[in-house]
Structure formats: C-alpha cells, structure tokens
Design a protein around this ligand. Structure first.
Ligand SMILES: Cc1cc2nc3c(=O)[nH]c(=O)nc-3n(C[C@H](O)[C@H](O)[C@H](O)COP(=O)(O)OP(=O)(O)OC[C@H]3O[C@@H](n4cnc5c(N)ncnc54)[C@H](O)[C@@H]3O)c2cc1C
Length: 318
C-alpha cells in the first residue's frame, strides 16, 4: 500500500516517454530517483507507435517496458500509484501524497503526466479511437495512405489538417459538422480546392462501424463511413478528429506555476529545459506541450533530467 520512501533527489510523476527519459538521464547522473505512475499513457488506445526512429511501428507498451528496464538498471524506484497532491518547495523539499496515502519526498520534482484527449461526443467515436478514428497525420497518415479519409472539423483550424492529409491521399473529405464554412479563410478554401479536398457541409451524427471493411474483407469491426444527421452516409475508412487536449497538470497549477494561452488551450509554461516558474519544479512532455509526439516528449524529459541534475549540483555547492 503506502510508499514512504526516504527522501530521493528527484521524484518523477509519470512514466511515459518524458518521465522515463528523464529518469534514465538522472539515473546515469547517479541521482536517486522515484518514478510514480498511474499506468494510463495517452497512446494506450493505439496498437503501434510510429515516427520514432529505431522504434517505428513498435507497440506503445513495449517502448515503456524497455525504458523501465533500462531505468531500473540505474537504481530508480518505480511506484504504482496516482499522485494526488504535492506540498513543499525547492529549499525544504517536496512531499508528494499518493491517492493510497503513501508519501514520496524529493528535493526536486518533474511532472510528466501527459494529457487527456476529450473526444467529440459523437456516436461510435470512442469505440474506434486510436484505430481508425485518429488525430495525428504524422502518427497515422502513412497507414491510411491512398484511402478515403475523413476529417471532422472541430474548428476552422481543421481545414489545415485536411490540407496536410492531401499529402497522404487524394480522397479527402472535410466534414464541417458545426463549423461554419465562412469561418474558414478564403485563401484556405482555395488551397483546399487546389488540393482536391471535398468540403462536406452538414452536422455529423456519428460513424458507421461494420464487421466487414469497405473492401468486403472480414475484420471484425472497422469504420466504413461517416453518418450525417440527415441520414446520408459518406464512405470513409478512417476519420481524423481533433480532440480537446486537457493537460494533466493539476500538480503544477496547484503549485502556482505560470500558465499561458495557446491556440489549443491553456498550458503551464516550461522553458526549453523544462523549468517552470516555480523553483525546483519541472515539466516535460504533453502536460506542458500538447504538440509533443513520443520522441519529442522523450527529448524534453532528457533535457529536464540534465537540468535538474545541474540544479542540484549548484544547490549543493552554493
Ligand atoms: C491514439 C493515439 C495515438 C498516438 N500515436 C502516436 C504515434 O504513433 N507516434 C507518436 O510519436 N505519438 C503518438 N501519440 C502521441 C503520444 O501518445 C504522446 O506523444 C506521448 O504519450 C507523450 O508522452 P508523455 O510522457 O508526455 O505522456 P504519457 O505517455 O501520456 O505518460 C504520462 C503518464 O503519467 C501518468 N500520470 C498522469 N497523472 C499522474 C499522476 N497524478 N500520478 C501518477 N501518474 C500520473 C499516466 O498514467 C501516464 O502513464 C498518439 C496519441 C494518441 C492519443
């Protein structure tokens, strides 16, 4: 149950790519490290993780398992649990309180807790999330190349996503759903036309999922179309959406870390080395950067790990 560890140099909250790479750097810097993780990485819905050189196409869980094994080799301790709150500061140390009542004490804290994707409330979407309902052209575009792709507009910004996807397929339909055509700039509409992207007006009601894919092959569940509120079905084999990205940054916000508005919501500000506005408190990966793919999150964790080690060296030699 509880995990009342003696004070470690660094507590890392979150064992995704960001947290694990920070733990690796800190372990190699001979720091005592505790990594606390609640076991719900953002890409757990996907079978493959693409675009990470040397790991392209790997199962997301495999990357994390390999990372954990490497980090354990340098003496880091893993704690299964959810950090519910945190008190303290860089001068006196931090205390992280877990949901099960355990406490982890640390001189420095890296929050690498990722984000939650809030899906549009349309029938069937959640059942196909991470499979043929996806969000990221660079993660999944290649897998659906040359196929009939749909893009569900959540805002005028999704016109850009449809435009990008024309690099992967010449059969793209942008479903405006509740976005007004007039809200898409005229020059953007001209680009969509030039790229051959079809704009479909009308509210979307949901997706069509069938046991046979659109080529008649039995797959036991595949997206075959997008259903409009007027009943018409547009045959598509994948749908790109833009979920609302909710950073899991409660620990950072409660500590008073500065936040900034971005086009996709408000995020805690972490500098290029992961430092927040609160001394001793760092952030890396999707909890501070919604655009970070796995390799970016890992890189941010690596940089934050180095920065935290330097921070501690300076504190101990002041
Ligand atoms: C469907 C889908 C497919 C994707 N495909 C790709 C792809 O192919 N290639 C790619 O590069 N990227 C892909 N991504 C993006 C990828 O998921 C992120 O880039 C990556 O997960 C970010 O890593 P992270 O370490 O910041 O956060 P995460 O991987 O989300 O890890 C955060 C960890 O923190 C834990 N946690 C959260 N709060 C707490 C707490 N309070 N206490 C303890 N633990 C906590 C969580 O349980 C989780 O394990 C995909 C995303 C989705 C949704």
């Amino acid at each position: 149950m509880t995990h009342n560890l003696s004070t470690v140099d660094v507590a890392i909250v979150g064992a995704g790519a960001a947290g694990l790479n920070a733990a690796l750097v800190l372990g190699r810097a001979r720091r005592s490290v505790a990594v606390i993780d609640s076991g719900a990485p953002r890409n757990r819905f996907a079978a493959h993780m693409n675009g990470f050189v040397s790991r392209d196409g790997a199962a997301p869980g495999d990357l994390l398992a390999i990372g954990r094994a490497e980090v354990v080799g340098y003496g880091a301790q893993f704690v299964d649990g959810f950090v519910a709150s945190m008190t303290g500061d860089a001068d006196h140390g931090f205390a992280l309180v877990l949901a099960d009542g355990g406490v982890v004490r640390a001189r420095r804290v890296l929050v690498a807790t990722g984000l939650t994707d809030v899906l549009p409330p349309l029938e069937g979407l959640a059942t196909r999330w991470g499979r043929d309902v996806v969000h990221c052209p660079y993660c999944d575009g290649y897998e659906v190349r040359d196929q009939p792709i749909g893009v569900l507009a959540s805002s005028p910004m999704d016109a850009h996503k449809a435009l990008l996807l024309s690099q992967w397929s010449s059969d793209i339909v942008l479903f405006l759903h509740e976005t007004a055509l007039a809200s898409i700039a005229a020059d953007q509409q001209a680009r969509l036309a030039k790229a051959g992207v079809v704009i479909q007006t009308g509210v979307v009601a949901g997706i069509v999922v069938e046991d046979f894919d659109m080529h008649g092959v039995f797959v036991g569940g595949a997206l075959t179309g997008v259903r409009l509120a007027n009943g018409l079905v547009n045959a598509r084999s994948s749908l790109f959406i833009s979920p609302r990205m909710m950073p899991q940054d409660a620990l950072l916000r409660a500590a008073g870390a500065a936040i900034a508005d971005t086009p996709v919501g408000s995020f805690v500000v972490a500098d290029a080395m992961g430092a927040t506005s609160v001394p001793g408190l760092y952030g890396a990966g999707n909890c501070v950067d919604p655009m970070a793919q796995v390799i970016n999150a890992a890189s941010q964790g690596a940089k934050a790990g180095a920065m935290i080690n330097g921070d501690l060296v300076m504190a101990d030699t002041a």
